[in-house]
Design a protein around this ligand. Sequence first.
Ligand code: NAP
Length: 293
Amino acid sequence: MEGRPVAEAIDRATRAAIQAVGAATPAPSLVSLHRGVDSPFQFYLKRQARAAQALGISFRDESLAAGDGPADLTARIRSLDRDPTVHGVLLEHPWPPPFDFLRSMEELRPEKDVDGVGPRNLGRLVGQRPIQVPAVARAALAIARHYQLPLEGEPVTVVGRSGTVGLPLALLLAGRPPGGNAIVTIVHSRTPDLRAALAGARTIFSCVGHPGLLDRTVVPEGAHVVDVGLSSVPDPGRPGSVHAVGDANATSLDGWVGSLTPVPGGVGPVTVAELMSSTVRSWRHLVRGEGGA
Ligand code: NAP
């Protein structure tokens, strides 16, 4: 299940939404805020910049200065929230202590929180009235819908329960439409028997970051696997460099599962497309008063 056709369909809708507003309005703009040049987030920044440029979204990345602390992060977010020329703000996460990511994100209005990971958006997701839903959760659901995986009324398992990936995805899958109406099981590191926990699942969403976790010894035959996990491992073909892998052992699952998303090329590009789509939704709300709370 390649992500590309799903990302292209989302991009087409995003382009149409931009065109519908008209050229007289300043273009949508997205700011990506991160910790600095050495962060692993650099990889995502390049993809975001490319995607934004292709859609006509203005993009800039900002980093905290060396020595900046939690108060500086909060102040920077507050300033971006008040800047009328900025329509979307995307934050690298997680942030190490003493940073308090959720506290700082309280300063950002939910529309501009285009990754949907601030406390106001997560709370609204629980209340089933989301403004912005975590982009990766939307991407995983979009892929499942595109490939018509069993969701509604079906046993679905989410592996991983972080507040920004696994839990929001589980909420989305279990929720009423536009959610998945699925019967959801959540699995985590304290689950004693992964094979037993996955037995009976028709669709599995893996959100862990543990290469090779899912193979045919634990995944039931015929299940569909959406691999959200993303880890960098040494590339055996190119000494000294790394490449991206998911949670699934694709070799072991080949010929065993109903379908599987690749890594790279599965959930990743769809997540970027969803981020751009959320930016344009926020822009339309802020410049035209459309949608929103
Ligand atoms: P995280 O905060 O480290 O959470 C990992 C989750 O996996 C935790 O809930 C953990 O359980 C669970 N877990 C760990 N080992 C396990 C095991 N052996 N069996 C079952 N569950 C286990 O990571 P995250 O931020 O949620 O991200 C998850 C993955 O998604 C990462 O690989 C990340 O890179 C990837 N990701 C991909 C995209 C994309 O666009 N493709 C976007 C965002 C994130 P506990 O809660 O018990 O510790």
